[in-house]
Design a protein around this ligand. Structure first.
Ligand SMILES: *Cc1c(COP(=O)(O)O)cnc(C)c1O
Length: 236
């Protein structure tokens, strides 16, 4: 199937999952996770109407920006961002989805201030408390949000999470539900510089469950572009 056909199929699945949950399908945005796919394939996805593109690595982002690959769609950074690379990302993407430390927030604030702009971000939550994953622990979240008011060049637009891999279908839902509950909780607390509009959760294998639990943005790689060829890649 072509990229456009894959996107059409995913859109149908989004609609089904949303309606089954009593939700409006228009509330769920489709982010094309385009790591390891070249500018031409990204352009195909944009032409087929994804709502945004998500890039994992700074080097790939920079290269594809130079090729104008994302024209017509917002671009998000969705990978682990090192503080020494914020300069290459701040102001160049519409949203940094994967802010996972206070140090990174400080670095983004500094760079955004220097560029005289406001950078939209999501806070990544390590919802399964996994050592292998980055992100704030759920217990840390309030402490971090209390400090966001002191970062005038940052706007927190919501949360992002990658739950642990679950063996049994449906087990992932408790993690998605936890994220949703966190979002409801922090919305009620009305922190400065925090507008909870986006819950970025759900990937190719689990987006239906994520939508059932309130996701407003799913990040799809394999389902759009096909399996990634890690063996023959020079970027891994
Ligand atoms: C690669 C990636 C995705 C997409 O994963 P698939 O399982 O291929 O859909 C989503 N989010 C992040 C952060 C990723 O790195």
């Amino acid at each position: 199937m072509s990229i456009a056909e894959n996107i059409a199929a995913i859109r149908e699945e989004i609609t089904k999952a949303a309606l089954a949950a009593g939700r409006d399908p228009a509330q769920i945005l489709l982010c094309a996770a385009s790591k390891m796919n070249d500018a031409q394939r990204v352009r195909e996805a944009v032409a087929a109407g994804v709502d945004c593109c998500g890039e994992n690595r700074v080097q790939e982002l920079t290269a594809k920006l130079a090729e104008d690959a994302y024209r017509g769609a917002p671009v998000h950074f969705i990978g682990h961002l090192q503080t020494n690379k914020v300069r290459q990302v701040v102001g160049r993407v519409d949203l940094i989805q994967s802010v996972d430390s206070l140090r990174l927030l400080e670095a983004i604030q500094k760079e955004a201030s220097k560029q005289n702009l406001t950078q939209d971000v999501l806070l990544e939550i390590n919802i399964g408390n996994e050592e292998s994953k980055s992100g704030f622990a759920p217990e840390e979240l309030d402490g971090v949000l209390e400090k966001i008011g002191a970062f005038p060049n940052i706007r927190v637009k919501g949360l992002m999470a990658i739950p642990p891999i679950c063996q049994n279908s449906g087990d992932n839902r408790k993690f998605f539900q936890k994220i949703y509950a966190l979002a409801v909780d922090i919305t009620a607390k009305k922190y400065d510089n925090v507008w909870v509009e986006i819950l970025s959760m759900g990937m190719s294998d689990d987006f239906r469950d994520a939508i059932a639990c309130g996701s407003t943005m799913i990040r799809i790689g394999t389902g759009i572009f096909g399996a990634r060829d890690y063996v023959n890649s020079h970027q891994s």
